[in-house]
Design a binder for this molecule. Structure first.
Ligand SMILES: CC(C)(COP(=O)(O)OP(=O)(O)OC[C@H]1O[C@@H](n2cnc3c(N)ncnc32)[C@H](O)[C@@H]1OP(=O)(O)O)[C@@H](O)C(=O)NCCC(=O)NCCS
Length: 280
């Protein structure tokens, strides 16, 4: 296969404007006592309803404005919306309320003209937000548009991780991503499951993708699965059990179809995996 590296793209004309905007947001979020809900509200209002940026409160209360306008404006404040995890019994509300404004900003930005499919700015903004949302966020985190989390605060992310479009990261029971992990478009990584008898019975189990793992397009990794170093889950596969290091798993349920040609000698792979824990 030909090697097709990413190419350089001309800088957008708004680059310096965007950089200043990001820096002001970075400075505001750096204060541990910052009112994150108000930061989110003001940022989204300025991006989406700039004519109300200086008088948000009076506009929301203004009975002469259409209901829908006031509702749309009110919804820029995360205190006026509910997110699905808030309905979960196992959601740690104190932790979630801390990250909720940043999740709301992340999701809503992706639906604006400034955000949407705007690659450079989107990656930079999400990288900034991730450092305040995740339990741990390594260097160079890169997320494309329409990524969703459950709690966000249960994400433990290594260096150089890439998450592509429309990925669901259900970190209810925790998701641990090693260095250089890549998750392709429309993949789903779960960390909770329901009893087949009593639907309300939920089991949380941390899902682990070790260093160099690739989860490819539309694949699903179920709760508690451990994908070992350099493991790969093929397009549309459902990984229901652990994935061995350097092996490529495909299908439903996912099974190994090959060992990657760059795999070290089998004894070494197993030894390393055992040392990391979790492989029989
Ligand atoms: C997982 C993948 C990389 C495997 O590629 P590969 O190592 O070249 O494997 P092969 O194409 O030789 O396939 C081996 C066998 O598995 C089957 N297979 C391959 N991918 C499959 C998939 N996603 N689902 C079901 N079966 C699959 C092949 O049909 C073949 O079966 P056969 O031996 O009966 O003919 C590839 O199929 C895939 O899913 N690619 C997704 C695209 C991608 O690379 N994404 C990365 C983006 S970061």
């Amino acid at each position: 296969m030909p090697y097709l590296p990413l190419k350089k793209v001309a800088e957008p004309g708004t680059r310096s404007l965007a950089t200043e905007w990001l820096e002001s947001l970075r400075a505001a979020l750096a204060d541990p006592n910052a009112d994150r809900a108000t930061i989110c509200r003001d940022t989204l209002t300025a991006l989406t309803y700039p004519e109300y940026a200086s008088n948000w409160e009076t506009a929301v209360a203004d009975a002469t404005l259409p209901h829908a306008t006031r509702l749309a404006l009110a919804s820029t404040d995360p205190r006026n919306v509910t997110l699905e995890p808030e309905y979960y019994g196992d959601c740690d509300d104190a932790r979630f309320q801390r990250v909720k404004p940043l999740l709301w900003l992340w999701y809503s930005f992706d639906r604006t003209a400034a955000g949407g499919q705007n690659v450079w700015l989107g990656v930079e903004l999400r990288r900034l937000l991730a450092t305040h949302i995740f339990k741990r966020c390594g260097e160079n985190f890169k997320a494309f548009q329409h990524v969703e989390f459950s709690f966000g605060y249960n994400m433990d992310v290594g260096d150089n991780v890439v998450v592509h479009r429309h990925v669901l990261l259900d970190d209810r029971g925790g998701i641990k991503l090693g260095n250089n992990v890549s998750i392709s478009d429309y993949a789903n990584i779960y960390s909770h499951t329901h009893s087949i008898v009593e639907q309300r019975e939920v089991t949380n189990a941390c899902t682990v993708l070790e260093d160099g793992v690739r989860i490819t397009y539309h694949a699903t990794v179920l709760a508690g699965v451990h994908v070992h170093e350099q493991g790969m889950v093929g397009a549309m596969a459902v990984a229901t059990k652990d994935v061995r290091p350097y092996q490529v798993y495909v299908g439903i349920p996912a099974k190994s179809v090959r060992v990657k040609p760059n795999a070290p000698a089998p004894d070494n792979i197993l030894k390393t995996a055992r040392e990391r824990g979790g492989m029989d």
